[in-house]
Design a protein around this ligand. Structure first.
Ligand SMILES: N[C@@H](CCC(=O)N[C@@H](CS)C(=O)NCC(=O)O)C(=O)O
Length: 308
């Protein structure tokens, strides 16, 4: 198997979720560091312009978005699995909860409490990805108590589950679901000075953090981004082709399509040629002089897909 190449930066919580999953799998991987804000000239030729972090590359196959990465990791043969195939649906459903509830609340707390401390251009960039268009610092500060109340509610549910079924989400063995929970705890405690005292009452969650931290990130070496581009250029995608679902949203194989995350965000569109569609994943072919032809994989959930 080709060694997976992971494009990320150390401060990214979503990347941390996948690094934790690599640890749970005991995976060997190559680490390519990307900038925290655009321009990302050594990443975007691979992703068709998708700018978010993280991205997984295996040869000429590029996996954008952590849920898409989790879909793929679930299929990989490694020392240990990312999750049991019988549990796949629940793991990925929890992944959606992690992204749409836990991460959204956490990022709001971290960004709101960083205003005036973190560089202005960083806050503006992230605000344009995570907040409503036209957001103001005052509105963010006013809504902060209600955001913290919501996170308290989510953590209470998780803590209760870990107390009765733990120490891991699935009992005895760690899986992707554990990374889904812990990357938000990691982010909250690493970047909000109220984080540690906020999680302290949740004893099972705190114990869970210790266990996941001990597992680590698997084994990796730093890898130059230029080499990652060469790897893409010297490989051919092994992704499937065709339609594998009943409802296609009128999309047809071989037609030009456009993909972008849901919501009115500053994310660029990604344009390519439809290669494969099933109920969970869309794959497009995309060509760029720096990488040749690559296949870019996205999850269906969370994305707007349309013909160009
Ligand atoms: N839905 C995406 C969200 C990824 C995301 O928002 N990542 C953050 C970093 S934690 C990001 O991309 N920030 C902007 C950037 O890195 O340019 C996923 O699950 O991978």
């Amino acid at each position: 198997m080709l060694v997976p190449i992971f494009h990320h930066y150390p401060q990214s919580p979503i990347a941390e979720k996948i690094r934790m999953t690599f640890g749970i799998m005991g995976l060997q991987w190559h680490s390519v560091q990307i900038p925290r804000i655009p321009p990302k000239p050594l990443l975007m030729p691979l992703t068709g312009g998708y700018r978010r972090t993280p991205v997984l590359q295996i040869g000429a196959d590029i996996f954008c978005d952590s849920q898409c990465i989790a879909f793929h990791l679930g299929k990989l043969k490694s020392k240990k699995v990312a999750y049991l195939s019988t549990n796949r649906a629940l793991e990925l459903i929890l992944g959606s909860f992690g992204e749409n509830i836990l991460f959204k609340l956490t990022v709001r707390i971290v960004l709101t409490t960083s205003m005036g401390v973190a560089p202005k251009e960083f806050i503006e960039d992230r605000g344009s990805l995570y907040f409503e268009p036209g957001w103001t610092a005052e509105e963010m500060h006013n809504s902060l108590p209600s955001v913290v109340l919501q996170l308290q509610s989510a953590f209470e549910l998780i803590n209760q589950h870990l107390t009765s079924q733990g120490p891991y989400v699935n009992g005895k063995n760690p899986s992707y679901a554990d990374a889904v929970i812990q990357h938000c705890v990691w982010f909250l405690c690493g970047r909000w000075d109220g984080g540690e005292s906020f999680i302290a009452p949740y004893k099972a969650l705190v114990k869970h953090r210790e266990l996941i931290t001990q597992i680590g990130h698997g084994s990796f070496i730093d890898y130059p981004p230029e080499e990652a581009l060469k790897i893409a250029k010297h490989h051919i995608s092994t992704a499937p082709k065709g339609i594998n679902c009943a409802y296609t949203g009128k999309l047809k194989i071989g037609e030009s399509v456009r993909i972008r995350p849901n919501g009115k965000t500053s994310d660029p569109d990604v344009d390519g040629v439809l290669r494969y569609l099933d109920q969970n994943i869309i794959i497009i072919d995309y060509e760029h002089e720096d990488v040749g032809m690559v296949s870019i994989h996205f999850p269906i959930l969370g994305y707007q897909l349309s013909a160009q």
